[in-house]
Structures are given as C-alpha cells and as structure tokens.
Design a protein around this ligand. Structure first.
Ligand code: PLP
Length: 324
C-alpha cells in the first residue's frame, strides 16, 4: 500500500519527568501533536493513505464528517488543499456555530461546509455523504468519501506504521515500552497500533480509553477494522482480537463535554509538566491512565508510552469553561 507523505514524522518521544515522579512509572509521550501545524494530530497519518487512494482513483474532491470542532475534518481540509483536492465536510451541528478553533481553520481553508443535526449524524451520516457525493457529479466533481475519523482498514495503516516507527525509536534510544496508551474516538488509531503489535509480535500491552460510546462498541468496531486489515495485508491467519483492551469509564459527561475536574487536570499537567493536553481526547485518556495506575491496574507496566494524538485547537472553543 502506498501513501502520500504529508506528516512531519517520525514524531519525537519525550520522557515526562513530572508524571514519572508522580506515578512512580516511567511515562513517555509520543508527540503526534507535532505532525504539522495545519495537520496537527493523529488523523494525518491515516490521511496519507486515504488521500493517496483518492488521488489514484481520479477524484477531484473529498468529503468527510465529524463534530463541529472535529480535528479529523480540519486535518482533512488542510491536507486536501495542500494536494489539490476540494474539501467538503459534514459537521454535526450540536451547538451554536462559532468561528473558533478547528472550525475557524476549516473556514480559512475555504472548505465547503455542510451541516446536519445530531440525530442525522447518528443515524444517517454515511448516507448524507453519499448523497452529497452523488449531487457533486453535476458540478463535474468526483468525490472520495472518508468515514468518520478516517477509521477504516486503509486509514489504520497510518498507525500500523506508527507502531513500527515506535519500535525503531526504541532501538535507537535503547528503551523498550511495555505499554502503549491512546485515546479512542473512532477506533482507527487503536486498530493500527494493536494490529502492528499482534502481527509483528511486539508483545506490548495496548490500552485504549474511549471518549464516546462504550467498550463493547469499540471492541466490535476495532475487531472489524482489524479483520479487514488482515485481508489487506494478506495475512495467513487473521489478527487475534482477544487482547483488545478499551476502557469506557473515563469519558466523563459525554463526547466533547468536560467536567471542571478534567479542565483542572489540563491546567495541572500544563503547569507542572509543560504539556498541553486537549479537552476532548487526550485529557480523558490521561485521566484514565493516572487513575488506573493509582488503583494498581498497571502493576506489570514500567515504561508506558502515551500517544499525544493532538487536538490543541479544540481547546480554544472552551476558553469560557476554564476557571482561573
Ligand atoms: C480523532 C482523535 C483521537 C482518536 O482517534 P481515533 O482513531 O478516532 O480513535 C484521539 N485524539 C485526538 C486529538 C483526535 O482528534
């Protein structure tokens, strides 16, 4: 499988000294928030594969979907513009539309924005994208459809590669991570990391923290992506899905919603560790990791690698929720 090179990779891995002292475990952060200013975050690794297929199939435009402040949509928009595809995005209009954060960037990049209600998003988003793609034919466009989060087998190749990148960095730096921790929103990132771990027998524990839906939903969804990936990779035996480990008890009050405790944790980590986590994904995963270490659920882990999947722009639409 081929890809287009867009992301600034390999991304660096840093030791988080404050968290290491706090938790009595070696905590490292892989800075996938550094994949590029416009592309920042995890989605660009998936898009390198997806947009290659879009280009190769002669498409002139792309449509994808997400929340109003979707990092995935913003990264898709930025990448499309860069390689000469017209970006369309279908956004879930859950609240008042304010030109901030990712949405502001979508507009600056001149994306064609379509809105739908939360109900339409839940029940019909794929069908709505298909309709938009069909309508676009009359404008002379050929549209490539990317599912929510870019989470299909092709997209997850981005994190299949990222796991190999991590192992290469382990060798270069003479360190071994026994545990990988990541936030889960549509499953593709986890799927790629998990699959590479299983196929190459790296023997790491891969832990995911759901920010929406629940463990069962993601275990099924990720298993399906892994099954498709097994076909893609022409594996003799399909990827074993029995070690998928997703927790759903740290998603808090809901997707893209925050408790005051979560916002305080963002501030606490910022002022002590010099690291900004995002309010939608990484703070929930970090909250889960800290709590579960304290409760003894990481007894066998010594060197933990937390993937910082980005999302910085999402913080700017939440300025009024922070208390100072
Ligand atoms: C999308 C996203 C995730 C989750 O990745 P999935 O592949 O959708 O599970 C995590 N963190 C950030 C910042 C994201 O934008």
């Amino acid at each position: 499988m081929e890809k287009i090179n867009l992301a600034s990779i390999p991304t660096k891995i840093e030791k988080a000294q404050f968290l290491t002292t706090l938790l009595s475990k070696n905590i490292f952060i892989k800075r996938d928030d550094y994949t590029g200013i416009e592309f920042s975050g995890n989605k660009i690794r998936k898009l390198e594969y997806l947009l290659k297929e879009a280009k190769d199939s002669g498409c002139t435009s792309v449509i994808t979907t997400g929340g109003l402040q979707s990092n995935h949509c913003r990264a898709t928009v930025a990448a499309c513009v860069k390689i000469g595809l017209k970006p369309h995005i279908l956004l879930r209009k859950s609240q008042e539309v304010i030109n901030q954060g990712n949405l502001l960037l979508d507009k600056i990049f001149d994306a064609k924005i379509h809105f739908c209600t939360p109900e339409e998003y839940r029940d019909n988003r794929d069908q709505i994208m298909i309709t938009i793609a069909q309508d676009s034919i009359s404008n002379g466009e050929k549209m490539y459809i990317i599912p929510e989060g870019g989470s299909n087998a092709l997209g997850s190749m981005g994190y299949y590669d990222a796991m190999k990148e991590i192992v290469k960095q382990e060798k270069e730096n003479n360190i071994s991570f026994d545990t990988i921790v990541v936030a889960v929103g549509s499953g593709g990132t986890y799927s790629g990391l998990y699959s590479a771990n299983m196929v190459n027998n790296y023997k790491k524990r891969v832990v995911g923290y759901a920010v929406c839906d629940d463990s069962l939903y993601f275990t099924k969804k990720i298993s399906l992506i892994n099954d498709n990936l097994s076909h893609y990779l022409k594996l003799d035996t399909p990827i074993d899905n029995n070690l998928i480990e997703i927790y759903d008890n740290y998603k808090g009050v809901g997707y893209a919603l925050n408790t005051q405790e979560e916002l305080e944790l963002i501030k606490y980590i910022a002022k002590n560790q010099g690291l900004i986590l995002d309010p939608v994904y990484t703070i929930k995963a970090m909250n889960g990791l800290i709590d579960m270490i304290k409760k003894g659920h990481f007894e066998n882990s010594q060197n933990i690698l937390f993937i910082h999947t980005g999302g910085l722009y999402g913080i700017f639409s939440k300025g009024d929720e922070f208390q100072f």
